[in-house]
Structure formats: structure tokens, C-alpha cells
Write a protein that binds this ligand. Structure first.
Ligand code: NAD
Length: 504
């Protein structure tokens, strides 16, 4: 992993509307996964630096909460325009530090912008409810007000989209935000934050601190942080939720996944194979909505595996910035080693390795973190490849004798993020969507990521806390309810009455 002769980018925090050098003396390398070379030097925030960011947010929030919805939407529309203008640049930053191919990076920016577009409609989304004359001359109004300071902690796999699931809506609701992005690929996230200031967002409303557990722990326990939005792996999500709740904060923590795609015998097998390959190997399997298990219902197993294998063998793997690449490298060398280790282990545990990508190398990029795609057939739930979230391009196929058996398998998973059914039978699809235990269901749609006007989130160990992200749930999470009961008395009203108020 050489750095000789390469310019190393010095990455900075963004506090109170401007860049801030790291002062903790702690730094971490950021690498380009396609070359293995260090490209950035990331400051890791100390407790004092996090405190400075939170103080800036708390100060700014008091004024921002009073800003008119007209003012907020002006900033958000301008922000949307800037993102549109800079989408190629943001995608390049994603590819350079995450590794995903350019088209995938552009897709992530577009899906993130959907939530900015949603936030542009905040006057409509924040409309309250009124009931007139609930009692004599009494009206009741329900309104929603900001929570205060929100902390956002985000994963490496969507450095632009996942932060945009959070801060645009939080800010539109009148909160201030402190964002702690992944330390693996922070530059795209940093650019998103700078552009918000350029769009006219008041200083301190959106702050960025880079860091590791030290920074996260301070955000989870800081008395002036009111809410925490987290997306990441299951153990950390659980830790984040428990710690922040113990410190009096509301928390939404979206976590890991193992998404099953159920293929019934009547499905169009070419379409199902296309979908499985796209959803399993896209972004090198580093998506929380990746399909990692295909459940093939008898008797189509052999036929389906054959079609998936044929497509998998023809995928073009290479650096994300090369037009010809369909799949890039994994994010780090350690992650590549871990992902690759599941294939021989599955073979030892009795799976059939139909495609083995573990030895794959990209000529000229021997130091990059590439791995080929793997396909494991006849996997059973006791195997590690089935039980763990691999988060790489390893697709497991489990055979099932019937729809009921397949459903039982899916519902016994500890995770319940996304799932899909492939069939031509509307009745079976309807049954599945009602019976399956997962937060997001696709019918002939392998990666059912909801549009911005609906909410994103899983069940079971894929979510800690009760709110999903964005959509209606996002608005509820980032606001508190208040109910106002008003009486404008008649001159005839009056008199002391110690009885409990009744509606007459
Ligand atoms: P991660 O849990 O390692 O890291 C997420 C964030 O937590 C990062 O900002 C990281 O700095 C911080 N963190 C890591 N260890 C910590 C610790 N011990 N204490 C405090 N903070 C810590 O996740 P990742 O590897 O960056 O992302 C991949 C994971 O995220 C996968 O499990 C994937 O399924 C999940 N994910 C879930 C969703 C979803 O919507 N459910 C979306 C994207 C990713």
C-alpha cells in the first residue's frame, strides 16, 4: 500500500459553516480500494471537537427553528440545484474512496436527492391538524415542532445517500444536525455538507465531525444532543440505540441484513436470474438491500442456478472509474479477506461452490481490494455463509420443497430488512407480502428501496427503535407533537369549577 509520489488529501471537519482542521492529533488513512494506495488523511475528532460542533448546532438551532418555512424551502431548493450541478463530482468522490462503479455512484446520489426533493415539500409535510368546536367554543390544534440537535452516524456503503436520508429532512423540520460519516470514505459526505452552506444554510445548522468510537460515544452521551439517527451494522446499531436511549435521546438505528429472494416455480427464470445477479453482485454486494440468499422452490433449483451462474461468470470486474466495469473492489483489504473466507468454509460445511471468485485478480491492480463473484448452492441454515451477513459478492442458494418451507426459512432469519418474491401468481405474491416478516417487500422487484414519500426500514435485528427513515416516519422522528386547546370565552362564561374539564 504505497503512498510515494501521491498527493494525500488533508480532510477537515466542517463546524459552524467552515472547514476546521483536526486538533486531536489522531489521524487515519483513507485509501482508494481500486489501487490500495492511501489518498487521504482523516482527522479523528476528540471529545472537545465534538463538543464544539454540538455547541455550534445548539446555538444555531434556536434561530433556525424560528425561520419561516419559506426560508427553509428556498435553501433546500437551492441545495437541490447545487447537488444536481455537482452530481458527477460527488459520484467521483464516492468511487475514489468506496470503489463502487460510476453508474452505481450516480444512482446513489440520485436516490439521496429524492429525499432533498421530499424536504423541499416541507410546508405540506408539516401541516398540522385542527378540530373546531370540540366543545362549546373550544378548538384543538395539533402541531409538530423540531426536536433540537440531531446526530447522524452513517456507514461506508452509501456515503452520499444515507446521510441524505437524514439531514435534509431533519433540517427542514427546524433541527440542527451533527453528522459523523464513515471514516472509510468521508469525502463525498464532506462535499454534501459544504454545498449546503453554499446553498445558504445558516452556519452551525449542519456540522460534520470525522471520527471513530470516541466521537460516536460523545454524540450518544452529550446532554445537548436530542436525537440520534444511525445506519450501520447490527452490533453497533444495538449499542448505539441502547447507549443513546440510556442518555435520554430518541433513536432510530437501521442495521444489518440478510435479504432473501424467493423464486416460485412459475416465475420467469431469465428475469429472476437477471434480478438475482444484479441485486447480489451490484456494488460488490455491499448494500444493505443486496440479495444474499435466493430461495429456489422445487423443481426449478438446477435450472435457476445454471442461469445465475452463466450470468455471474460474465460480469466485468474492474476499477469503478472505468466505463467497462460492472463491479468494483471491496472497501478494504481486511473486508476482502473476510468475504473470501466464507467460500472455502462453505465448501467444507457441505455447500456446492458453483462459481468461486476468491482467486480473482484485476491485471494492473494487484494491490486493489478486488474479489470475484461467488455462487454457493445447496446452502443450509447451519452454515456460516448463511448465518452471517457477508456483505460481499457471495450469493447463497437454498433449496426449498414448497412455498411454506421457503416462507418459514425467511421468517426464521434474525434479520428482516428487505425481501422479494418472483412469481407470475398474484395470489401467491399477495400471500407473501402479508405473511413475510420484513420491513420492505418486492414483488418481482429485487431491491425494493421505497421512494422518498414512503419510509425505509426493516424489522427484527435490522432495526433498533421504532421509526423507519424518511417519508412520514422521518417527519415524526425529527419532530415532537404539541396539542393546543383554545377557548375564546363568551362574556357569560366564568365561575370557579374544580371538576375535571368535560367537553359539552
Ligand atoms: P459499521 O457499523 O461498522 O459503522 C457504521 C458507523 O458506526 C460508522 O460511522 C462507524 O464509524 C461507527 N462505528 C463503528 N464501530 C463503532 C463502535 N464500536 N462504536 C461506535 N461507533 C462505531 O457499519 P459499516 O461497515 O460502515 O456499514 C455496513 C453495515 O451497515 C452493514 O451491516 C449494512 O447492512 C449496514 N447498513 C444498513 C442499512 C439499512 O438501512 N438497514 C443501510 C446501509 C448499511
Amino acid at each position: 500500500m504505497g503512498t510515494e509520489g501521491m498527493a494525500i488529501q488533508h480532510i477537515r471537519h466542517w463546524i459552524d459553516g467552515k472547514a476546521a482542521e483536526g486538533t486531536s492529533g489522531e489521524f487515519q488513512a483513507v485509501t482508494n480500494p481500486a489501487t490500495g494506495a492511501q489518498t487521504g488523511r482523516l482527522p479523528l475528532a476528540s471529545v472537545d471537537e465534538v463538543d464544539t460542533a454540538v455547541a455550534s448546532a445548539a446555538g444555531a438551532q434556536r434561530e433556525w427553528a424560528k425561520s419561516s418555512l419559506a426560508k427553509r424551502t428556498q435553501v433546500l431548493f437551492k441545495y437541490r440545484e447545487l447537488l444536481d450541478r455537482h452530481r458527477e463530482e460527488i459520484a467521483e468522490l464516492i468511487t475514489a474512496e468506496h470503489g463502487k462503479v460510476r453508474s452505481d455512484a450516480l444512482g446513489e446520489v440520485a436516490r439521496g436527492m429524492e429525499i432533498v426533493e421530499l424536504a423541499c415539500g416541507i410546508p405540506q409535510l408539516l401541516k398540522g391538524e385542527t378540530s373546531t368546536e370540540v366543545s362549546s367554543r373550544v378548538d384543538v390544534e395539533s402541531i409538530r415542532q423540531p426536536v433540537g440537535v440531531v446526530a447522524g452516524i452513517t456507514p461506508f456503503n452509501f456515503p452520499a445517500m444515507v446521510p441524505m436520508w437524514m439531514f435534509p429532512l431533519a433540517i427542514a423540520c427546524g433541527n440542527a444536525f451533527v453528522l459523523k460519516p464513515s471514516e472509510k470514505d468521508p469525502s463525498a459526505t464532506a462535499r454534501l455538507v459544504e454545498l449546503a452552506t453554499e446553498a445558504g444554510l445558516a452556519d452551525g445548522v449542519l456540522n460534520l465531525v470525522h471520527g471513530d468510537k470516541v466521537a460516536v460515544d460523545r454524540l450518544l452521551t452529550h446532554p445537548d444532543v436530542d436525537a440520534v439517527s444511525f445506519v450501520g451494522s447490527t452490533p453497533i446499531a444495538q449499542y448505539v440505540q441502547q447507549t443513546a436511549v440510556a442518555h435520554g435521546k430518541r433513536v432510530q438505528a437501521l442495521a444489518g441484513a440478510k435479504n432473501h429472494m424467493l423464486v416460485l416455480p412459475d416465475a420467469d427464470l431469465d428475469q429472476a436470474a437477471d434480478a438475482a445477479v444484479s441485486a447480489a453482485y451490484g456494488s460488490a454486494g455491499e448494500r444493505c438491500m443486496a440479495v444474499s440468499v435466493v430461495v429456489a422452490v422445487d423443481p426449478i433449483g438446477d435450472e435457476l442456478v445454471g442461469r445465475i451462474a452463466e450470468r455471474a461468470r460474465n460480469l466485468r470486474i474492474g476499477p469503478g472509474d472505468q466505463e467497462s466495469s460492472e463491479m468494483g473492489p471491496l472497501v478494504t483489504a481486511e473486508h476482502r479477506e473476510k468475504v473470501a473466507s466464507y467460500v472455502p468454509q462453505a465448501r467444507e460445511q457441505g455447500a456446492e461452490v458453483v462459481v468461486d471468485g476468491t482467486g480473482y485478480r484485476v491485471p494492473g491492480h494487484e494491490d486493489g481490494f478486488f474479489v470475484g463473484v461467488s455462487l454457493l448452492d445447496k446452502v443450509t441454515p447451519d452454515m456460516d455463509a448463511y448465518a452471517d451477513e457477508i456483505f460481499g459478492p457471495v450469493l447463497c442458494v437454498v433449496r426449498a420443497g414448497s412455498y411454506e418451507q421457503a416462507l418459514e426459512l425467511i421468517n426464521s432469519s434474525r434479520w428482516g430488512n428487505g425481501t422479494a418474491i418472483f412469481t407470475r401468481d398474484g395470489g401467491a405474491a399477495r400471500r407473501f407480502q402479508l405473511e413475510v416478516e420484513a420491513g420492505m417487500v418486492g414483488v418481482n422487484v429485487p431491491i425494493p428501496v421505497p421512494v422518498g414519500t414512503h419510509s425505509f426500514g426493516g424489522w427484527k435485528d435490522s432495526l433498533f427503535g421504532e421509526h423507519h427513515m424518511y417519508g412520514t416516519d422521518g417527519i415524526r422522528f425529527y419532530t415532537r407533537g404539541k396539542v393546543i386547546t383554545t377557548r375564546w370565552p363568551d362574556p357569560s362564561d366564568g365561575g370557579v369549577d374544580l371538576g375535571f374539564p368535560q367537553n359539552t
